[in-house]
Design a protein around this ligand. Sequence first.
Ligand SMILES: [Fe+2]
Length: 256
Amino acid sequence: MVDLHSHIAWDVDDGFPNLYDSREALARAREDGIRGIVSTPHFVPGQMDQELYDTITMRQRELLYEAKKVRIVIYPGAEMFMNEYFAKALHEGWYRTINNTKYLLVEYDVRRDIHDIDYREDTLFEVEIHDMVPVIAHVERYFHNGIDKKIIQEWFDKGYVFQVNRTSILGEHGKQMQKNALWLLDNGYVHVVASDAHRLSGVRTEKLSDVKTFLENRYGKETAELLLLNNPIKILENKKVENMEVKKRGLFSWLR
Ligand SMILES: [Fe+2]
């Protein structure tokens, strides 16, 4: 599996705090069946400076070396926070795409409901005019009162890529987030499932095997592989992602 969203780079954001925890997480990831990880530290527009940018670059290189010891490949990336300084940050070059492709991992403030974010469409449009494709991080987490199908359909039609968190699918972020994640999966709106790992312990760990089993049981092996391996690889290679195949759910799948 390839984990497209992880805060495995230590001591650069609210993710892994030190080298030792990152090292241990990498070893466990290897055991778990993960062979590639995109390092996606938070980039907060308005709070970035050259020093932090250089520290992140250096840390991603150190991480590459650490991961090589357990035969995991690290790819560079960032998770861009979409706030009022976002457009300026893109214009000035304070961003990092996934593995230097056209794909940019972006997030909104998860504490706010998507309907309350008035620059919602402007920031995504800004990504497009820079010839990049938004990969919307944990898309399920912005809909506090259930999925807004109109917004999802519009984004999907524009070719935006949807990433859903392992933890939401498994119910670690509460019932509503799980409901959102499963609705997106059931209706074929998910391109990538990732860990969004932050810590060695707790829920957001560097792990994907449990969600892989869940996806295999509910949607079949092929879909699990698409979301955890094939689409992440497509993104790393700057190719177009594939949509999930939505099968009519018969009685058998209801029983599972
Ligand atoms: Fe994240």
